[in-house]
Design a protein around this ligand. Structure first.
Ligand code: SP5
Ligand code: ZN
Length: 360
């Protein structure tokens, strides 16, 4: 391996997931979580000399470590049930997309009844209308989980750092919900695998432009996995809108192990890097034995999905802060939608981490 690189786990199985756009404010739009993302990242890694590792295949039961079994079963079967119900012909929708949602205040205090109609079942586990399910969605999401679990296995085996080129992304997927272009929580699976492999305390640091409401949900009650995120302030009108505020600090035994640092739209590098430094300090205070980085690069200036305006140098500096933690590290790809800059941002961040000596 050339200097300033480390192994990268990637599979062409990501191409099985073509969301076919998204429905936003009722309008079908092309969407930004596109197949090309996975191939552009792969090209940039290969050009920079990163060793590309094929992931191990894990059984669906491994997803149960962080997800509700019924949701996993739903994701596995939803597309076939949708087709069998005839929606591709009438009304002409070839992706699973919800139209009704069982809001807690509308269904509380009575037995939960799984809807008979697949169109209604589509609203049971998803938070939104932007996370469509097509024929290969579950296979690709499971392959992305395979990448994260393989990277965790390699780090447990002694690799100082491994990057999992996950697509689709995962940090908006909770124990029993999915959304925000995410289906299975790759970073949470990696963190749990590190715990299961004997690491007492794991820190998850989330650099994606959006709050990782799924990862927060999965570990909210736990002290053994810290969740620390910098993201665009949901209170300023940004996804995931309902969650991601600074006063969400964890619950019960997990109180104090959840750290949200919302930053203002357009903030640029200095406030964002100050927040990254806070997150690293939280990981140090927790005495973490391993690190998972949710590496979204959608905070970059020019990205169509966020207003943060972070520079490529900002991402490199963030990587240096992470490297100075001197922890075995699994990087998990999250968002990043500026196709012209995506590969360079990812590789530049990883190279900066390696160059700063990111190893125990
Ligand atoms: C993994 C990840 O980064 N998910 C973020 C999904 C955010 N989706 C928000 C709603 C999409 C609206 N997109 C409209 C773009 C107009 N510029
Ligand atoms: Zn994002």
């Amino acid at each position: 391996m050339p200097p300033s690189t480390f192994p990268a786990v990637w599979t062409e199985r990501h191409r099985l997931h073509d969301p076919g756009g998204e429905v936003w404010v009722g309008v079908p739009i092309p969407g930004t979580e596109v197949v090309a993302r996975g191939d552009l990242i792969h090209q940039a890694l290969a050009a920079a000399g990163f060793e590309i590792v094929v992931p191990d295949v894990h059984p669906p039961s491994s997803l149960r470590r962080v997800h509700d079994q019924a949701m996993v079963d739903y994701l596995r079967t939803a597309y076939d049930d949708w087709v069998a119900a005839g929606y591709p012909q009438d009304p002409g929708q070839d992706r699973v997309v919800p139209y009704v949602f069982p809001l807690p205040q509308a269904v509380a205090d009575r037995p939960f009844r799984l809807p008979t109609a697949p169109s209604a079942r589509a609203g049971v586990y998803t938070t939104d209308t932007t996370t469509l399910i097509g024929p290969g969605t579950f296979a690709a999401a499971a392959a992305a989980a395979d990448c994260a679990l393989t990277a965790a296995r390699m780090v447990l085996g002694g690799a100082p750092a491994v990057y999992a080129a996950c697509r689709p992304p995962g940090h908006h997927a909770g124990r029993a919900f999915f959304g925000g272009s995410c289906y299975l929580n790759n970073a949470a699976l990696a963190a749990q695998a590190l715990r299961d492999g004997g690491v007492d305390r794991v820190a998850v640091i989330d650099l994606d432009a959006h709050h990782g409401n799924g990862t927060q949900d999965i570990f909210y009650d736990r002290a053994d996995v810290l969740y620390a995120s910098v993201h665009v302030d949901p209170g300023a009108g940004w996804f995931p809108h309902f969650v991601g505020y600074a006063d969400e600090v964890g619950r019960g035994p997990g109180e104090g192990a959840n750290h949200n640092r919302p930053v203002a739209p357009g903030c640029g590098d200095p406030p964002w890097l100050a927040a990254v430094a806070d997150l690293c300090a939280a990981a140090t205070a927790q005495r973490a034995g391993a690190l998972v980085v949710s590496l979204g690069v959608d905070g970059a200036a020019g990205d169509p999905e966020s207003p943060l305006g972070i520079s490529p140098d900002g991402f490199r500096r963030a990587a240096e802060s992470l490297a100075h933690l001197r922890l075995p590290t699994v990087f998990v790809q999250e968002g990043g939608y500026d196709l012209g800059r995506l590969g360079g941002l990812v590789v530049g961040t990883l190279e900066a981490f390696a160059a700063a000596g990111g190893r125990p």
